[in-house]
Design a protein around this ligand. Structure first.
Ligand SMILES: CC(C)(COP(=O)(O)OP(=O)(O)OC[C@H]1O[C@@H](n2cnc3c(N)ncnc32)[C@H](O)[C@@H]1OP(=O)(O)O)[C@@H](O)C(=O)NCCC(=O)NCCS
Length: 193
């Protein structure tokens, strides 16, 4: 098994610049910015957990198991979003489990809606794919969302991810009840081609 906390993103070289963005690991000083957009109703609606207080958010994002898995996205020196990258083992038969360690990364993203609709999330997630495949050397990335979260799965398709699973009523939304869920994936070799 790989480290249960996964490889630490802070071991890579930061920041990473794209045309309009800078990506770097989350710092405690970023918590108020994350809290500002994550506590918006239109953002929290789709996220796995409500923001809570800034202290709750800090405990969740900077505590054990999560530290080193969150990147912030800066545009013009303002934190406009955050990205999650969780490295995990691929599934394997017991005899070959060692060869599957740390081979996958689950990705996630949030962009402040004030900066939406300009391709900034697309640009950030393309850079996140570079981090996963080139920086950490994983062989497969995955991401999942409610099927009703059209902006999220359209983003996955824009960056070249492939719809891999459509689950029926498998995901419980706090307001909408049981919803369909989608899983997208991309292999390193698919990306190269
Ligand atoms: C999911 C989320 C990050 C997508 O944000 P977004 O603004 O749609 O994505 P982008 O910043 O890449 O912008 C894409 C839009 O800008 C347009 N665009 C403009 N310039 C562009 C460019 N240079 N490159 C790509 N798209 C561009 C695209 O056409 C697209 O518009 P459309 O949706 O009308 O087709 C955002 O909706 C969000 O944070 N939601 C709340 C949290 C959430 O759901 N997280 C995921 C949980 S699974």
């Amino acid at each position: 098994m790989s480290d249960p906390d996964g490889p630490d993103l802070t071991a890579l070289a930061w920041p990473r610049a794209t045309e309009r963005l800078r990506l770097r690991p989350l710092l405690p000083a970023d918590v108020p910015a994350l809290h500002r957009y994550r506590s918006r109703d239109d953002v929290a609606f789709w996220l796995g957990a409500a923001a809570g207080t800034p202290e709750d958010l800090a405990a969740r994002f900077l505590g054990p198991g999560r530290a080193g898995r969150t990147l912030v996205v800066e545009h013009d020196d303002v934190v406009v979003g955050d990205l999650m990258l969780r490295v995990q083992d691929g599934w394997a038969q017991a005899e070959v489990a060692g060869a599957a360690g740390s081979g996958e990364a689950e990705l996630g993203w949030v962009l402040d809606p004030a900066y939406g609709g300009r391709g900034l999330a697309t640009e950030a997630v393309r850079a996140l794919l570079d981090v996963a495949f080139d920086g950490l050397g994983v062989r497969r990335v995955t991401a999942s969302c409610f099927a009703a979260n059209v902006a999220s799965w359209r983003l996955m398709e824009r960056v070249g991810m492939r719809r891999e699973a459509e689950h029926v009523a498998d995901s419980l939304h706090r307001e909408l009840g049981w919803l369909d869920g989608l899983v997208y994936a991309l292999l390193a070799e698919e990306r190269r081609s």
